[in-house]
Write a protein that binds this ligand. Structure first.
Ligand SMILES: [Zn+2]
Length: 187
């Protein structure tokens, strides 16, 4: 199975896995297992956070630039992200596009619980966090602290782009701690 968003990208040749390459919207990606990424983030979580946040911010910018010049992408609602970055409303289509983009990372299912474009804050819920699940499988016990550094970094990068302001993301609830989902505050 593949998400409708990626199906549409495939249709216009903007998502491909071929000849040792994975390309999404003109950007090369590398697929790694969640436990490898968990291990990497544990070597230096602050540095990992900063690097991933910067990379996602850059990715969002590139996606949107790509969508602007590539006419076939018009139908894929990526242009909604541009509108979204200018004026965030409660419009379902825009929020859905944001979820679709987040889905590409394979980090879990995103739900936006609260979004305030004036204050530049957001509360995000992630269900079935891949990083938290990798932690539980690896450690065989609950963590005392939230574990989804990479997820927080991806959200920080996305929302820094959307809010047009450098924001950070802190995880409160975490599946790895025994909560039923992970919850992140963006500000
Ligand atoms: Zn978590």
């Amino acid at each position: 199975m593949i998400s409708g968003f990626l199906q549409k990208l495939m249709f216009v040749k903007q998502f491909m896995i071929l000849d040792g390459k994975i390309e999404i919207l003109g950007t090369k990606h590398i697929m790694l297992a969640a436990d490898a990424l968990l291990g990497l983030q544990e070597t230096d979580s602050t540095k990992t956070y900063d690097l991933v946040k910067d990379s996602v911010f850059k990715n969002m910018t590139e996606f949107v630039e790509h969508a602007k010049v590539y006419k076939a992408l018009k139908d894929i609602a990526l242009l909604d992200v541009i509108k979204l970055s200018k004026k965030i409303g409660g419009e379902e289509g825009m929020l859905k596009t944001l979820r679709d983009v987040f889905d590409i990372y394979g980090l879990g299912t995103m739900t936006i619980l609260d979004l305030n474009n004036e204050k530049k804050t957001a509360f995000i819920r992630i269900d079935e966090s891949s990083i938290a699940q990798a932690y539980i499988n690896h450690e065989k016990k609950r963590s005392k602290t939230p574990e989804c550094t990479i997820t927080a970094a991806v959200l920080a990068g996305m929302f820094s782009f959307l809010f047009n302001k450098d924001v950070d993301c802190i995880e409160g609830k975490c599946l790895a701690k025994g909560d039923i989902y992970c919850e992140f505050a963006v500000k």
